[in-house]
Design a protein around this ligand. Structure first.
Ligand SMILES: Cc1ncc(C[n+]2csc(CCOP(=O)(O)OP(=O)(O)O)c2C)c(N)n1
Length: 324
């Protein structure tokens, strides 16, 4: 477990360093579009993706899963390029956001429409099954708010009926934009929703690194071993606004206080030392490496050209993907 834990932890540090830089650039007026951070989501994202294999599996992170993108094996350079509109990025400078993907490598680009990706991942996994593949698993992220969207329901139903090897990770960060859980759903727990579709369900404290790691391992292994679709509800708090344009003043002080000691990064650092997986000096070295890597990648993406509108072929279909 040590190697897996260290890999996941490093991805969390990289994502936090990236978010910190991204937020600074946003506040400096250097970003063209919205900026969406994953503060509070790092353990969930890193611990799911660390059990996946690029080339075999399907992984669909959403806007708060930078740590998952890193654990899947992507450099933060790709996210920097997407946010900054670099033509060297896989979206060729057209995204200006975090909706990027490399479908040929098993990571579809998520779209904003909540719930739409459930059926996309289901389709990708069904295609693999029709091609005779086995042993693959699809993991996708949805939020508490997304569980109420019609497209989510339709997609989940197909996943369950087809008994697809898919793990749906519901990160309950207590709010859908500014709407609190109490106004989002009337069932006792979001786990009930997964059970209703016919998924096997799991729950974890998404701020507890070790608990999240073992829960994800159990769910992903079960899906991979043919035990049908799995539904994981991970509880955390979004430690920021919906985007950096949102000051999150609607999050009650008591709730913030209740989570004050539970920053997933702080918990993970403590647990890495407690388990003897890393020393304090090694933790510090990883944090420094991540900060340097983020600095380098942001600087690199800022130097790269952005599309020239008059010369760019904006057609979505005329371009043949050669790289991804
Ligand atoms: C179909 C659809 N309806 C509404 C929106 C607008 N919208 C964007 S994010 C969001 C809240 C999402 O909440 P949640 O699923 O809990 O994820 P979180 O942002 O909390 O991580 C909403 C309503 C959308 N993108 N798509």
């Amino acid at each position: 477990m040590k190697e897996t834990a260290v890999k996941a932890y490093r991805a969390m540090e990289m994502a936090r360093a990236f978010d910190t830089k991204l937020s600074a650039l946003y506040k400096a007026g250097k970003m063209y579009g919205g900026v969406f951070l994953g503060r509070g989501h790092e353990a969930v994202a890193a611990c799911e993706a660390v059990f996946l294999n690029k080339g075999q599996d399907v992984y669909n992170p959403f806007i708060r899963e930078q740590a998952g993108r890193c654990a899947w094996g992507e450099s933060v350079l790709e996210s920097a390029r997407s946010y900054l509109g670099s033509t060297s990025g896989c979206m060729r400078g057209r995204d200006g956001n975090i909706h990027w993907g490399k479908p040929a490598e098993g990571m579809p680009a998520p779209i904003s429409h909540l719930g739409a990706m459930v059926s996309v991942v289901a389709g990708m996994i069904m295609a693999k099954r029709m091609q005779g593949h086995s042993g693959m698993v699809g993991v996708l992220n949805i939020g508490d708010g997304t569980t109420s969207v019609g497209a989510t329901h339709e997609g989940c139903n197909v996943v369950a009926v087809e008994q697809l090897p898919i793990v749906i990770v519901v990160t309950n960060n207590q709010f859908a934009y500014s709407t609190p859980n109490s106004q989002e759903f009337a069932c006792k727990s979001l786990t009930d929703r997964g059970r209703g579709y016919g998924f096997t369900t799991h729950e974890c404290d998404g701020t507890d690194f070790v608990q999240t790691l073992t829960t994800m391992q159990r769910a992903i292994t079960a899906a991979r071993n043919g035990e049908g679709p799995q539904w994981v509800v991970a509880e955390t708090l979004r430690m920021c606004g919906h985007g950096e344009h949102d000051d999150a003043t609607y999050i009650p002080a008591e709730l913030k206080a209740a989570f004050a000691e539970r920053d997933p990064l702080a918990v993970a650092r403590r647990q890495m030392v407690q388990h003897g997986w890393l020393t304090e000096a090694e933790l510090a070295a990883i944090q420094e490496e991540c900060a340097a890597e983020v600095q380098h990648c942001m600087a690199q993406a800022q130097k790269e050209p952005t599309p020239v509108p008059s010369e760019t072929d904006w057609s979505a279909t005329s371009w043949k993907p050669s790289r991804y």
